[in-house]
Design a protein. Sequence first.
Length: 174
Amino acid sequence: MGPLAHDRDTGKAVTIVIVEDDGIAALGMKMALERHGCRVRGIAGHPEAAVTLCGSGIDLALVDINLAYGRSGVAFARALHEACGVPCLFVTGHLEEALAAKDAAVGCLGKPFTDLALTMAVDVVRRILANRPPGPIPYGMELYPGWSRARTRRELAHAALRQRTGAHGRRVQR
């Protein structure tokens, strides 16, 4: 079991959702993460399916950028973060696209990667979100600046306030 497979504060296993249209790749990630002590809540080839898991205590989403039928993993990562506050880590071979969308994820793990690199990447993200130093970064992983659990909560609070008050800061009548 990895050093951060369980949340230091709650003792709960880290819960992950995988958004990947390649079933074999998704199953390989699931098996590696479960061996590492993580809970994999679901594997979704369609982003819409993963959003239904929103209220089920997901700590992290692993998201491929180019999904089947022209679906965008980037759009999904933004929507999941906005709707649920769930941070995402891109897992993709399309590194230039990932870098162009760095506002939508904590970072990127380039394909192909090993099971060890995947579990190390999850540990790095968990450390960052807990406002701790990232520790060793696996080969093929790039971190994007500005992510922390505090930032995530702050963004959600501001988004909720904007929704309640409207664009001009006045309370919206319902």
